[in-house]
Design a protein around this ligand. Structure first.
Ligand SMILES: [Zn+2]
Length: 295
């Protein structure tokens, strides 16, 4: 599932390529025809992300609300102004992993025929975006968007004044294991399985510590490290939580095998202490951790 950094990159990309533009909205697959009719022909004013929730605000007050879920992804294409505008380099696709740079520039002749189950297609004068496989795709009012946001905890990628304190309070209010709380979107919005495991390792926190037993200073470090590692993810378009000193071959980019401390490294020696990295299930998701460092 895409974690919050991917959704924030999406919002940047949409703002860059569609912000202030009148969009044609359609549902080639047919499942979003009614919603598309409410949005088509209107100008997209603002693209917003909070955690894994994504919104496009249109000038007449309605929003397109998307949650990618496990399988959702957007793909893009367009002319040279479309692909050149993006602050993130206009990847062709943003889902669990990003792929490729859009490079239709020059000979762009409008969007291609839809391939597969395209739930929503957005088309401007300069390019297009197709959504497939999302869990949520809805045209909603401002009040409904507000209600979605009200259910979410603070987003470390916004890191607004008061967010850190709010996270600390929400985490320490519950007896649930901290490993579960970090992925509870009402406690912290945007973190998924990779950042959860990596931040707990980096801060040497036992994943089973109840929220009520996490001291204020440790909770604050969890927030700060999440802000830091996820901000790197927004910049890089991938999750890398290890320092360059651990990358083999003196590479400028972390090889995939060196990008994490514990995630999907079960049975391999911990990069810090040599203990074999463990994996277990918690809340029906795999949790990776070092039994040596995180006690
Ligand atoms: Zn270790």
């Amino acid at each position: 599932m895409p974690e919050g950094h991917s959704v924030h990159r999406l919002a940047r990309q949409f703002q860059d390529v569609f912000g202030g533009q009148r969009l044609e909205v359609s549902s080639p697959q047919g499942r979003f025809v009614a919603g598309a009719k409410l949005l088509t022909g209107h100008t997209m004013v603002e693209a917003l992300a909070h955690g894994k929730q994504f919104f496009l605000r249109f000038e007449h007050g309605l929003f397109l609300h998307v949650h990618l879920g496990l399988y959702g992804a957007w793909s893009f294409g367009g002319d040279s102004t479309f692909t050149g505008a993006s602050s993130i380099g206009a990847p062709r696709r943003i889902g669990e992993r990003e792929s490729g740079q859009a490079s239709d520039g020059g000979d762009y002749a409008g969007p291609p025929a839809p391939v597969g189950a395209v739930r929503v297609r957005l088309v401007s004068d300069h390019g297009w975006a197709d959504l497939r496989g999302a869990t949520t795709c809805a045209a909603i009012t401002a009040a409904e968007a507000e209600a979605v946001l009200d259910r979410l905890g603070p987003d470390p990628l916004h890191n607004r004044p008061g967010d850190r304190e709010e996270f600390i309070a929400r985490l320490r209010r519950r007896k649930t294991a901290v490993a579960l709380l970090l992925m509870d979107q009402s406690v912290l919005a945007g973190v998924g399985n990779i950042y959860r495991a990596e931040v707990l390792f980096r801060q040497a926190v036992d994943p089973w510590t109840p929220g009520t037993a996490v001291d204020v200073e440790t909770a604050g470090r969890l927030w700060d490290d999440t802000v830091s590692t996820m901000s790197d993810g927004v910049r890089d378009g991938r999750i890398v939580t290890t320092p360059p000193s651990l990358w083999t071959g003196g590479a400028a980019l972390a090889p995939d095998a060196d990008a994490h401390f514990v995630y999907k490294r079960e049975g391999m020696p911990c990069r810090a202490c040599g203990t074999l990295v463990g994996v277990t299930e918690i809340g029906a998701r795999k949790l990776y951790w070092c039994p040596g460092c995180q006690i």
